[in-house]
Write a protein that binds this ligand. Sequence first.
Ligand code: EPU
Length: 346
Amino acid sequence: MVVENNVPLQALNTFHIVARAQQMVRIASLADAQAVLQDAHLAAQPKFVLGGGSNLVLTGDVKPLVLKVEVMGCALVQETPKAYIVEAGAGENWHDFVAWTLAQGLPGLENMALIPGTVGAAPVQNIGAYGVELQDVFDSLDALDLRSGEVFTLDAARCAFGYRDSVFKHDSGMGLKDRALILKVRFALPKVWKPVLGYADIEKMRQQEGVQTPNAQQIFDWVCRIRRAKLPDPAVVGNAGSFFKNPTVSSEQCADIIARDPKVVHYRLDNGSYKLAAGWLIDACGWRGKSVGQAGVYEKQALVLVNRGQGSQGATGGEVMTLARAIQTSVYERFGLMLETEPVVL
Ligand code: EPU
């Protein structure tokens, strides 16, 4: 086990915010993680598990011990009557894993192409895009309990998935926040695959391409094209994807907002409530393209905050959070809704 000191984190977070980890250990295997827990000094320290750093705002140097997850490997591990079970190391890049499954002839993840981050971070957020969420294809995961040192396996029910939410984000009750180090994740990919269409952007692409029933590779390519057209590439412009969650409101609240703003983008949910497009709400408040210091609101999608500079000339976490709070205040003043932030703020 190697403990690295004073490690620059700029390349390890997709906002490319300049900050350092006081101490960091790279975890390539269960044995690496256990070695940390067997070291009395390291075991006693607060810990922060870092995946791809794609859902993170660093507001200063990181004091907890950073565990950088680098557990690798992808394999087809099992077959059930209905599904192929594939397993990936938590450190695998999510998009590369999606591409790998398709190369193996195993569709099911294509709608979630190009989501930044690692496989291990995907269940924490219950990532989703274009009508598919991780929970729809999740089988189980293995994790190390950083308190007890036990390895445990969780199925979907015990992960308590919600919209961009899971047991790994909560610290009360059965919550596992800052406690579980996810090592491996398994996915159940259907043997009888059907394309998930229906999202407006995908439907537009299908018509434009004149394809009746697309295959998984076509959907993968379309999703990549749609995302590249409207979301910034973190390798070029620092960002953490959607910065806020789309809020859910009651039908009365929704009717009230529509009465004032007939164009508000809203979707009816199965339980009768409505989801509003946070990007639209922010846009309607005039934030698209605005900045605080070097932190800005992306021109093509107001739900995404970006770092307009590079390195020490770039945005600080403080600027990003000042901008985020100003957006929350103006959306609240106009629509009476407090937007919830998505990324982890450290
Ligand atoms: N809109 C505007 N102005 C804007 C941005 C959006 O009017 O500046 C409108 C769009 O025209 C559209 C609606 O808002 O009618 C929704 O926009 P979009 O289709 O881009 O999706 P979203 O709700 O903003 C969500 C996810 C994305 C995911 C897409 C596609 C959340 C918080 N975000 O975005 O996920 O890729 O749907 O499924 O649920 C992420 O979580 O990091 C992420 C990128």
